[in-house]
Design a protein around this ligand. Structure first.
Ligand SMILES: Cc1ncc(COP(=O)(O)O)c(C=O)c1O
Length: 387
């Protein structure tokens, strides 16, 4: 097996390497003998609390929201579940309508939470389809919203195709109607500018391991005037919404990663877009290779292609042997090489391998060119020499 240093890592959307600056600030909280429950009143507890609050400030600054709106969770999955279930249950308790509207290409953390609410608890669920480019039609989505709608959930950017959704058009219209709007911003944060307040977003989800922070820690943003029902019951930490002893080391790492992402957003956006377009241009000149998702409304780090006539798993494994790490679908599904619901929703070709290359910190032009050369060698063996 190749060592980590020999592999060109183009799977940042699955998880991203922890930045050295992040490891650095986490280490003191992980060293043997370090203690500090952020809810304890003694000086060690207060020190831990101060570190958590500094991280909360960093996240709030990166998002342009207030620290009170930042609630720490165990990751994106928990944040999505807490937001959607919590908002629907709060609406039920208040005697308001509890219907849900979402899109067909949400991450399973959203889609399956919504389907569970429908199948187990009987809430009405409308799943709005997308075009072949992976975008929802804002009018169609808003038409699905009725007087009984408790929450609309639409991701800011899709984890597989990289398509960016028109949340900026949908959110303000929902705010006018007083409907809660949840957006999964797990893939978008650190890649494109977000305007949670301007877009009328009630609750959003972040996951640190997608922006060079540690795994197992995330954020649910929550508007100050909203009080969802908790999913986890316990010590009533985090505005009483999210119980559980805080993961101080993880939160400190998340805060540092958020600050880094904020500082790099503009430059990395330009740099990654240039690399992305270089990869798209080179790959789509190959016979049978076409781009999936939206040509322009896409994340700066995402390239998703269909390779006609190829087998997805075999191509991924051949690339892996050649030292290129990519993905055939979203990470959560890639263990079982199943066709994803996203590919079905955009009616992607069934006789093609669908590959996602996701770029990030450390990706260089040389990496892109190696990736193109290796895929060319695989797809055009007669002219380029078979592996
Ligand atoms: C769009 C999206 N939402 C949610 C998640 C889940 O986040 P986590 O891994 O932190 O549970 C992911 C992870 O792949 C994702 O891409």
């Amino acid at each position: 097996m190749k060592s980590q240093d020999e592999i060109i890592y183009l799977d940042h959307a699955a998880t991203s390497p922890v930045a050295p600056e992040v490891t650095e600030v986490m280490l003191p909280w992980l060293r043997a003998g370090s203690v500090g429950n952020a809810s304890s009143l003694h000086s060690l507890g207060r020190r831990a609390r101060a570190a958590v609050e500094d991280a909360r400030d960093q996240v709030a600054a990166a998002l342009g929201i207030t620290p009170l709106e930042v609630l720490f969770t165990s990751g994106g999955t928990e944040a999505d579940n807490q937001a959607i279930k919590g908002l629907v249950w709060a609406a039920r308790e208040a005697g308001r309508g509890t219907a849900i509207v979402t899109s067909a290409i949400e991450h399973p953390a959203v889609l399956e939470a919504c389907e569970w609410l429908r199948d187990v608890e009987g809430h009405r669920l409308d799943i709005v389809g997308v075009g072949t480019d992976g975008r929802v039609d804002p009018e169609e989505m808003l038409e699905a919203v009725g007087p009984d709608t408790a929450v609309v959930s639409l991701m800011t950017a899709n984890n597989e195709l990289g398509t960016v959704q028109p949340v900026d058009l949908i959110g303000p219209a929902l705010a006018e109607r007083g409907v809660s709007f949840h957006s999964d911003t797990v893939q978008a944060f650190g890649k494109i500018p977000l305007d949670l307040h301007g877009w009328g977003i009630t609750a959003a989800a972040l996951s640190a391991h997608k922006f060079n922070g540690p795994t197992g820690v995330g954020v649910m943003t929550l508007r100050r005037d909203v009080d969802p029902h908790p999913v986890l019951h316990g010590g009533r930490q985090e505005r009483g919404v999210r119980s559980g002893t805080l993961n101080v080391a993880g939160i400190v790492g998340l805060g540092a990663a958020a600050e880094l992402a904020r500082g790099r957003l503009a430059d990395e956006g330009i740099r990654l877009t240039t690399l992305r377009d270089r990869l798209i241009e080179a790959l789509t000149t190959l016979d049978g290779v076409t781009l999936n998702g939206h040509p322009t409304e896409r994340l700066p780090n995402n390239v998703h292609v269909a390779v006609t006539g190829a087998d997805a798993e075999a191509t991924l494994l051949a690339l892996d042997r050649a030292g290129i790490a990519c993905s055939t679908g979203s990470a959560c599904q890639s263990g079982a090489a199943q066709r994803s619901h996203v590919l079905d929703a955009v009616e992607a070709a069934t006789d093609a391998a669908h590959l996602r290359f996701s770029l990030g910190l450390g990706t260089t032009e040389a990496h892109i060119d190696r990736c193109v050369a290796e895929l060319t060698r695989l797809l055009v063996p007669a002219t380029a020499g078979a592996i």
